[in-house]
Structures are given as structure tokens and as C-alpha cells.
Design a binder for this molecule. Structure first.
Ligand SMILES: [Zn+2]
Ligand SMILES: [Zn+2]
Ligand SMILES: [Zn+2]
Ligand SMILES: [Zn+2]
Length: 344
């Protein structure tokens, strides 16, 4: 870009960010998406002025000229306005053709491979609730679907499963980004994995008879869930990767074994009792969120969490008088001040 006189040092970083945000490039190192290639092709075909480097380079040279006092602002804006007018006219007259072009390429970026039931293409789709899944392009005639993990935004990779001829899926979720692989393989693995009962379900009193079992879901995620599901919906999330070892040590409070996760590239992770581990995790999360509020420190956040106020939402709807009576050192007025911050 520098060689061609495009952009400045300050804008190049933002340009790359924008390319990611708009789905024109993906992965690291970046590769162009089918959408990006289609946008360029459509622009070249229907609006050649937009893609001409001369136009951008000329505008930037003009801006420098204004800064150096060599050209007047009025002359340059009049010229740019005329240039942009021409560009928009080109785009407007071919709007529909461009739209079709891009629609087709958006689909290309979501295409996985053949549907095992009808032979049409499987695509990454989004439900009305916003969650992603694999559906068939032959819908509604074909209703074949596969689940996808509930974390992150799916990215279809070039890599293809040799058994199912399906492209692998990666889930982009910041630091939690992971490769899900072939969705059919993930579903098959879940079907071939037996649930492993580890102890009594902590929900429901004696006589309920529900047991907690380590389960692998067809979406590839793992959890400890009740064997009485769907009558009992008690479940705890477990890490997606790594081998789970059920140790001999048991938690006295929950009569559950302590778990250890062995991942390839990491030290073994001693989760301990899954119920205690999850509670500790929730308490940490809650305290962290409450600490974002001005005037709430770690000690206060913990005291509030103990009193059942374990999220900013719970704080917002708490009754100040009741809290003042039950949480030591927190007056009704202080609580109202925090609630005011949340409302603002
Ligand atoms: Zn199908
Ligand atoms: Zn596969
Ligand atoms: Zn249960
Ligand atoms: Zn426990």
C-alpha cells in the first residue's frame, strides 16, 4: 500500500481491522474470503472507478496538497464530489446484479460439502435465536441438520474431512477460539461415547434417583448432566478438550469424584469436584462483574454474592432496605447509589 501511495501509517492498521470486521479476510495469517473476492470482482465489473487505485491515490495527494497550502479545500472537495457522484451512479445502476453476486459468494463461505441424505450442500446457518447450526441447502425438502458448538462464530476452513468430504469448522471466540473439525465426525464421536456416571445428581432430594454423568454432546461440547434429563435439567459445563480422568478422591459435600483434565499441550488441570469447581467459577465471575461498579471492592462483592446478589442484574433489582439489613456494612443509601450507576 505504501509503494502505491495508498493510506498512511495511521490508517493502515485500521484498514486491516475493518477488513476483518466486514468479513473480507479471516484467520491469522489473513486469507481473503469468497465474499472479498466477489466484492472486488463485482466492483471491477460494475464500478471500475471504485477499485481504481488512481482515484484513492489522487484524493490522498490532494489532501496532502491542502495541508501544504498548495491547493484550496474548495477546489479539492468540488473535484472529489464530482468523482464520487460518478461512482455512486455506476453502483446505483447495477445494484441488483451486485447483490446477487455477493449473495452467492456469502453462501460459498458457508458451504461445507455434500448432505448425506440428499446430496445438496450443507451450509452453516443461523437460527432465529441467533445460534449457528449446519443445515441443508435442500431445506425444506431435506431437514438434515447437525449441531455446532454454542461458543463463537463459525469459520469454514479449507481443510476437508476425508471420510465425509465436509470442510472443517473453526469457532472464533477471541482467546477461546478452537477448531471443531468435521461436524459429522463430532456428532458421530458423541454417539459412540457412553455416558460415564460419577455420582448422585446434586439437584432434587433423596429418592429422585438422578445421577450425574459425564456426557459428550453432538455439538462437541462436554458436560456433567443428570441421567434423568429431560426431567432434571441439572448440568455443569466441562472443558471441550483433554482426557477426563475420574480419580478416587471424593468431595464430601457432594459425594462426587475429583476430576483431572489431561490436555496434550498443558499441565494436567485438577478440576476437583465438578460442582464445587463450577460454584467457585461462578462466584469469581460474579465478583468480577460486581467489582466493575464504582465503590464495590472484592470484599464487598463477595459479601453481596453470599447474600445471593451475584450479578449486576441481581443488584439492580435488589431491595435496598432488605440488603441493608442482611449485608453487613452496606447501607440502603450505598446500594441505591450503585443502582443509580447501573441505571445510568
Ligand atoms: Zn439434504
Ligand atoms: Zn468427518
Ligand atoms: Zn437430577
Ligand atoms: Zn463438591
Amino acid at each position: 500500500m505504501a509503494d502505491r501511495g495508498l493510506g498512511t501509517k495511521a490508517t493502515r492498521h485500521r484498514t486491516i481491522e475493518k477488513l476483518y470486521d466486514r468479513g473480507y479476510i479471516e484467520s491469522d495469517p489473513p486469507r481473503p474470503t469468497a465474499l472479498a473476492e466477489a466484492v472486488v470482482a463485482a466492483a471491477e465489473e460494475f464500478a471500475e472507478h471504485v477499485v481504481s487505485e488512481e482515484m484513492t491515490a489522487r484524493l490522498e495527494a490532494d489532501m496532502t496538497a491542502i495541508a501544504d497550502g498548495e491547493k484550496s479545500l474548495e477546489a479539492v472537495t468540488a473535484e472529489s464530489r464530482e468523482m464520487l457522484g460518478r461512482v455512486f451512479e455506476e453502483l446505483r445502476s447495477s445494484r441488483e446484479a451486485i447483490g446477487e453476486h455477493l449473495q452467492e459468494s456469502l453462501k460459498e463461505d458457508r458451504r461445507l460439502g455434500p448432505c448425506p441424505e440428499c446430496g445438496e450442500d450443507l451450509l452453516v446457518r443461523q437460527s432465529q435465536g441467533g445460534s449457528y447450526f449446519v443445515g441443508c441447502d435442500g431445506f425444506p425438502d431435506c431437514r438434515f441438520t447437525l449441531p455446532l458448538p454454542s461458543t463463537g462464530e463459525p469459520l469454514v476452513l479449507e481443510e476437508t474431512c476425508a471420510d465425509h468430504d465436509l470442510r472443517h469448522v473453526k469457532l472464533l471466540a477471541g482467546r477461546d477460539t478452537f477448531v471443531h473439525g468435521c461436524p459429522r465426525c463430532a456428532a458421530a464421536e458423541a454417539e459412540n461415547t457412553d455416558d460415564e456416571v460419577i455420582g448422585p445428581c446434586p439437584e432434587g432430594g433423596a429418592g429422585e434417583g438422578g445421577e450425574l454423568a459425564i456426557k459428550r454432546l453432538r455439538s462437541g461440547s462436554r458436560m456433567a448432566g443428570c441421567t434423568r434429563y429431560p426431567d432434571c435439567e441439572y448440568s455443569l459445563p466441562l472443558p471441550r478438550n483433554g482426557e477426563i480422568t475420574v480419580t478416587e478422591e471424593r468431595c464430601e459435600d457432594h459425594d462426587l469424584p475429583e476430576l483431572v483434565i489431561d490436555a496434550d499441550d498443558d499441565e494436567p488441570w485438577e478440576i476437583g469436584c465438578p460442582v464445587c469447581n463450577y460454584r467457585a467459577y461462578r462466584a469469581r465471575e460474579a465478583a468480577e462483574e460486581l467489582e466493575d461498579i464504582d465503590g464495590i471492592g472484592t470484599a464487598t462483592a463477595e459479601k453481596l454474592a453470599d447474600a445471593g446478589i451475584d450479578s449486576p442484574q441481581a443488584l439492580a433489582s435488589a431491595d435496598p432496605e432488605t440488603v441493608a439489613e442482611t449485608v453487613e456494612g452496606v447501607s440502603a443509601a450505598r446500594l441505591e447509589d450503585w443502582q443509580g450507576q447501573l441505571a445510568g
